[in-house]
Design a protein around this ligand. Structure first.
Ligand code: MN
Length: 261
């Protein structure tokens, strides 16, 4: 086997194992019939950008939200789902970014969430070491086609179509833990629509802390640098229509604003 062939075979294996695929593939002499875009999120006050590997989301992580979704907010094990990496829609601070009302839904909901960005990963990460893997944080929206999520759930079918669609993950820039002066614990998180407060809670109301989320998720999947975790939304989710302005706020982070078009 010649050198080039062996190199690309090794890369293929590396790719299957999910190890640092993007950078190695870019550096390698692999030819592709077309290019596929990678997803990056700006990092505040940095020339570097954050490369996104996977987008995980936790479900029903605030008791009052679990109740409004019709479930019992006990400490049963948390559950996670994923959005495709290219569902990320970057929202620069001090701008109002157009967000198209998606297809197929008549009940399009906002969910404001703290987003955790990982710089390292592993399997079975202990809770007490979990925060060492956090690179930084951002403010995000887990946009949801609620009617489709409910319809599929009622039929005991996967509700992916309600959660994992184009631009379903608006997000602001990433702030490093150092820039923030520490991790998030009990800050205020809120969301308004057309100037009216809809969601308003503190992060201390989370059922599972960020450290617990990382630890639990690492039991199901090995985590890697570039993984994002949307950490769940507080109560009072609700619908928006075309023309609505959503503004999200989280202490220590810039506001995130989108206009539904
Ligand atoms: Mn959510």
């Amino acid at each position: 086997m010649d050198h080039k062939k062996r190199q690309s075979l090794q890369l293929g294996v590396t790719g299957l194992a999910g190890l640092a695929m993007t950078s190695e593939v870019q550096a390698a002499p692999i030819k592709t019939p077309f290019t596929v875009a990678s997803t990056y999120i700006p990092i505040v006050n940095s020339k570097e950008v954050f490369p996104v590997r996977r987008v995980y989301c936790i479900g029903r992580n605030y008791a009052a939200h679990a109740r409004e979704m019709g479930s019992d907010p006990s400490r049963e094990p948390p559950f996670f789902f994923q959005k495709p990496t290219d569902a990320i829609q970057y929202i620069a601070p001090k701008t109002i970014v157009d967000h198209p009302y998606p297809s197929l839904t008549k009940n399009y909901h906002y969910e404001v969430e703290l987003v955790v960005a990982l710089k390292s990963g592993g399997k079975d990460i202990p809770i007490e070491k979990a925060l060492n893997h956090v690179y930084g944080y951002a403010l995000g929206l887990d946009m949801t086609r609620r009617d489709l999520q409910r319809f599929m759930g009622d039929q005991k079918k996967p509700w992916e179509i309600g959660k994992s669609f184009d631009r379903s993950a608006p997000i602001g820039p990433i702030h490093t833990v150092q820039q923030l002066g520490g991790h998030f614990t009990k800050e205020n998180i809120s969301l308004s629509v057309n100037g009216q407060i809809k969601q308003n809670a503190t992060l201390s109301h989370m059922i599972w802390s960020v450290a617990e989320q990382i630890s639990k998720l690492s039991e199901a999947n090995e985590l890697f640098p570039g993984d994002l975790i949307y950490s769940g939304t507080p109560e009072n989710v609700g619908p928006v229509v075309k023309g609505d302005l959503i503004v999200c706020q989280l202490d220590r982070l810039p506001d995130l604003s989108i206009r539904i078009i």
